[in-house]
Design a protein around this ligand. Structure first.
Ligand code: SF4
Length: 225
């Protein structure tokens, strides 16, 4: 069976957050075209048509990412999944995943995720004090409470999700607190992403240093076991 994975950015680099460490704003600012806006219907249809043409027996994964992919709108995703259902061959297996900051997710989004068995990657930087220090809306508002609401909605709808946490210099000093937070909330699937320097930067307060990385993992694995 052939495997095909497509990483799709339906809202280009658009985002409703302005996270302090965001590498993607930085990357976008170094491009000739910072933002290509929302993906057009023509491009979306061509993408799906070419994907399902790969082989009659195949596993095709559509993975959505951003910026913030939900800014493309629920209609976009409903149209996308509908077109895939119409065009796919009988023996093709379709998987969906989405990486989101979780801010716009409501019951309607959960219905779509549930119907098409999306795997959701949800960005949450641990406990409130840490998360709200880094992950702010474009209006400079904290987002922890809203994202925690999203975790409840995902659970209520039995949608598989994992937590993505950016490991900053600050958070690396608090491994036990982070572990306790995951445990209290029963977050069993987590992915830690080291925070690196932006392009053209020489240093900042939140970039993870090697010694902090080592300290964090030594302590974190000790409490995890
Ligand atoms: S949600 Fe992601 S893309 Fe948006 S500002 Fe934060 S890190 Fe950047």
């Amino acid at each position: 069976m052939k495997n095909l994975s497509l990483l799709i950015k339906p809202a280009s680099s658009l985002c409703n957050f302005d996270c302090i460490y965001c590498f993607y704003h930085d990357v976008a600012q170094h491009r000739q075209v910072q933002n290509f806006g929302l993906m057009s219907d023509d491009v979306t249809t061509a993408l799906i048509r070419q994907a399902v043409a790969i082989d009659d027996n195949s596993l095709i994964t559509f993975a959505f990412q951003g910026g913030e992919p939900t800014l493309a709108g629920l209609d976009y995703f409903e149209g996308f999944t509908q077109q895939v259902s119409n065009m796919k061959k009988p023996n093709q297996i379709i998987h969906y995943s989405i990486q989101t900051n979780g801010y716009l997710i409501d019951q309607q989004w959960c219905k779509l995720f549930s119907e098409h068995r999306f795997l959701v990657g949800l960005s949450l930087d641990g406990f409130k004090e840490n998360h709200d220090q880094f992950r702010l809306t474009r209006q400079n508002q904290p987002t922890f409470d809203r994202v925690m609401e999203t975790t409840k909605l995902l659970r209520k709808n039995q949608i598989d999700f994992n937590i993505l946490t950016v490991l900053t210099s600050e958070l690396a000093r608090r491994p036990k607190e982070l572990y306790e937070f995951y445990k209290e909330n029963d977050f069993r699937y987590v992915q830690l992403i080291p925070c690196f320097l932006g392009l053209d930067q020489s240093d900042d307060l939140f970039t993870l240093k090697p010694i902090e990385f080592a300290y964090f993992y030594k302590e974190f694995y000790t409490v995890w076991h």
